[in-house]
Design a protein around this ligand. Structure first.
Ligand SMILES: *Cc1c(COP(=O)(O)O)cnc(C)c1O
Length: 364
């Protein structure tokens, strides 16, 4: 992981939205699989306003790192976790009056204010107070709002900011309509809506703060958006090399057979590290700067490459599954497409067995 690239992407977001807009990097799911502590360590010198997560436990981890700035939990909480959220001074998502009551009870018990962000559902449908049923919830929500609760902000989440089109503007309009029917927010509270593609494509909807995730981690955030600098590379060492004869087979199910005399290199990485099993007989790796195909099925701990015609490969050489090697490059997005998923999932599927190594340039 490249600290420099990660920081550059943060600065690109800042450049897109301007100095006045607060940046709340999303560090949920262990910073998209790349390591929360390291990610926060790299961001702190750049002055993010706060951090965003999806679960109370993740917020508590940030507090344990000694961070005292705002931490927002942007998914609804299971009942029973409000106490921990209040004790950790996390500003939690409120999606209905029940949540507000849970938070208020926890704040009373703790003798500490319960901070919250009111989420408005403008079309994402997974959380939030519905924009088109405001009358049904505003009275109950307003009645609950006073102390010990602390209204820290209001937000929505865009469902299609990664593609051009009108959907995002429609959602923004719905948020504005809802705000007009709410009591005014306190002075310290913030309005926010943009994820990575929202911030890059629609800085006019940046409001008080943006919540970038994937772009910071080097993932392309959508069509017609300037690409981020790649941050992560996935690499492992060649552990074994063999010469195969025509008809020799490799891997579970023997799904690949040598077409003639071939040279195969076994690499010490598999789906147990998060390398997608769908790359079996489809994916590629870089070795000595050359692109070589994955042959056979990917095992839990091993993947075999056909290195026929690539000179000088030795046990201990490093294979790159995404990232750069000499002239060769495999993008996160290429891997995601072959694995029938999105760049996000390639990163978050990396398992603890694959060490996350953060260096100034990431060796990328
Ligand atoms: C994950 C998340 C984001 C960040 O989205 P990206 O597409 O990774 O930029 C922003 N806001 C909320 C509420 C999220 O859950």
């Amino acid at each position: 992981m490249s600290i420099r690239a990660f920081q550059q992407n943060f600065l690109s977001i800042r450049g897109a939205v301007g100095e006045e807009v607060r940046i709340i990097p999303m560090v949920k799911a262990d910073a998209y699989g790349l390591g929360m502590a390291e990610a926060i360590g790299a961001l702190e010198p750049l002055g993010p306003w706060g951090y965003g997560v999806a679960a109370v436990e993740e917020g508590i981890r940030i507090r344990a790192l000694g961070i005292s700035k705002p931490v927002l939990v942007l998914s609804p909480l299971p009942p029973g976790s409000y106490g921990e959220a209040v004790r950790g001074d996390l500003s939690v998502c409120v999606s209905d009056p029940v949540a507000l009551r849970g938070l208020r009870d926890a704040a009373e018990t703790a003798g500490h204010p319960g901070g919250f962000q009111l989420e408005v559902d403008t079309g994402m449908g997974r959380a939030g107070l519905p924009w088109n049923q405001v009358q049904s919830w505003v009275p109950a929500v307003t009645a609950l709002m006073g102390e010990p609760l602390r209204w820290d902000g209001c937000y929505t989440h865009f469902h299609s900011a990664d593609s051009p089109g009108d959907a995002t503007a429609t959602q923004w309009g719905r948020l504005q309509e809802t705000l007009a029917l709410l009591p005014p927010m306190p002075g310290h509270a913030i309005l926010h809506a943009c994820n990575s593609p929202g911030a890059m494509r629609h800085p006019e909807f940046a409001a008080d703060a943006v919540r970038p995730g994937i772009f910071l981690y080097g993932g392309v955030a959508g069509a017609e958006i300037p690409p981020p600098v790649p941050v992560a590379a996935l690499r492992a060492r060649v552990t074994f090399i063999r010469d195969a004869r025509r008809g020799d087979t490799v891997g579970y199910g023997a799904t690949y057979a040598a077409e003639g005399t071939e040279r195969w290199a076994t690499v010490g990485i598999g789906y147990g590290d998060g390398l997608p099993r769908l790359l079996g007989n489809r994916g590629n790796a870089l070795l000595k700067g050359r692109r070589v195909p994955v042959i056979g099925r990917i095992s839990m701990d091993a993947t075999v490459l056909n290195i026929t015609g690539v000179d000088g490969v030795e046990v201990g050489d490093v294979a790159t599954f995404f990232g750069r090697d000499g002239e060769g490059e495999i993008s996160l997005e290429e891997v995601a497409t072959l694995a029938q998923t999105i760049n996000y999932e390639i990163l978050t599927d990396l398992t603890p067995r694959a060490p996350r190594i953060w260096t100034a340039d990431g060796g990328y």
